[in-house]
Design a protein around this ligand. Structure first.
Ligand code: SF4
Length: 385
């Protein structure tokens, strides 16, 4: 369900009020008011990025999947941390983590960032997964993305994770191709507290997806989206953008199709294709093409014609303005246990099979190492605004 118009403005006012009170509590009245004024003048204040609608699922209201629901204390904490980050250069707090619980996958996606780690047998034990999640929660992580390979190939492990960490206020998400996800399984996952699913869907043209990923990938993704949309799970479509999607009419067709099958949010990702994996359908984009993704997302977030359609975001556009978030607000644990600041960074900074994730993260953070993916390097060189 979408929240827009007057209802949304009233809700924005409520968020602002809670933010105001929390800042005053933290800094005192005079310093608090001055900080709020400075934050609102700041080019990067998060209120500037608010879209024209929110999405309500069950008792939660979402503005974007990666941050806590807007009607929770954690969201206000997130805003306060951002104020401290922008005004006082305080270190960002960890928001989420991606953990690849499966190294097995039925597909061979051309753009997969960990295809070289796929194996026939699972590589991470259940015990290591649980211990790593426990430590991430202690470090303050609020959202955990269970990815793969294909995580649904370890359905029983997903169930055990959800049972183990239920009622801890953590948002668990499934990052999946949609393989094996039917309505019955979606209901089971919802009942165990899964917050949402992120299902890969790059296009409305089946052969394009099946050509890039493998047989029946499009049909399976659509079935899974429809199944999940019949529950209160948040449904996100992860879309790796190809050049034809940059045309407004194709983008609109994609958004309409996604809306018609029950998608709530769309993550628009720039492709990061190794040269030998690129083909006519999918290749890396130029700076102006990357800018176009940000433009389309902004149109989607602000124009009234999209009010009843899924909300689209471009993480690349956001990071081109705010800086690379890998290793700042999130970490990535690959199917073989190797840890990176982001799946698109080359450097492995440790392995959870032989070291605690907390120690790996602490060592990384004190080393001050910087590494950027090609997309971010391109976009930061040529600022978008
Ligand atoms: S390396 Fe690139 S994709 Fe990864 S967090 Fe940084 S900017 Fe984003």
């Amino acid at each position: 369900m979408f929240i827009s118009g007057l209802k949304k403005y009233l809700f924005d006012f409520y968020i602002l009020f809670r933010f105001f009170i929390s800042v005053i509590k933290r800094y005192g009245f005079i310093k608090g008011v001055s900080n709020i004024l400075l934050y609102f003048k700041h080019k990067q204040n998060l209120f500037r990025d608010l879209p024209n609608r929110y999405i309500k699922k069950g008792s939660f209201i979402f503005v974007v999947p990666d941050v806590p629901p807007v009607n929770t204390k954690d969201f206000i904490k997130y805003l306060i941390n951002d104020l401290a980050l922008q005004l006082n250069k305080q270190k960002p707090t960890l928001l989420f983590s991606i953990i690849c619980i499966s190294s097995v996958c039925p597909y061979k996606c051309r753009y997969c960032y960990n295809i070289s780690s796929h194996t026939k047998e699972q590589q991470l034990s259940f015990e290591v997964i649980i211990k790593t999640i426990e430590e991430l929660i202690k470090l303050g992580v609020k959202n955990i993305y269970l990815s793969g390979g294909e995580p649904m190939m370890r359905f029983e492990v997903i169930i055990e994770i959800l049972k183990k960490f239920s009622n801890q206020g953590i948002g668990f998400w499934l990052v999946t191709t949609g393989w094996g996800l039917d309505k019955e399984k979606a209901i089971t996952l919802e009942n165990l507290g899964l917050r949402g699913v992120m299902i890969s869907l790059d296009d409305v043209v089946p052969y394009r997806i099946n050509n890039i990923k493998g047989k029946a990938a499009f049909e399976n993704a659509v079935k899974a989206i429809k199944a999940a949309s019949e529950t209160n799970l948040v449904v996100v479509a992860d879309c790796v953008v190809h050049k034809d999607m940059l045309k407004v009419e194709n983008f609109e067709a994609y958004i309409s199709f996604a809306g018609s099958i029950g998608v709530d949010f769309i993550n628009l990702y720039a492709p990061r294709i190794k040269e030998d994996m690129a083909n006519e359908e999918l290749r890396n984009l130029s700076v102006s093409e990357l800018r176009q993704i940000g433009y389309l997302a902004k149109q989607n977030q602000t124009l009234s014609k999209y009010l009843q359609l899924p909300l689209a975001y471009s993480p690349d556009e956001f990071e081109s303005r705010r800086g690379c978030l890998g290793g700042e607000v999130f970490f990535y644990i690959g199917p073989d246990g190797s840890v990176k600041a982001c799946p698109f960074k080359e450097k492995v900074i440790g392995n959870v099979k032989n070291k605690n994730i907390a120690d790996i993260i602490n060592e990384y953070r004190s080393s001050n190492e910087k590494e950027y993916c090609a997309v971010n390097s391109l976009l930061v060189q040529e600022k978008w605004d």
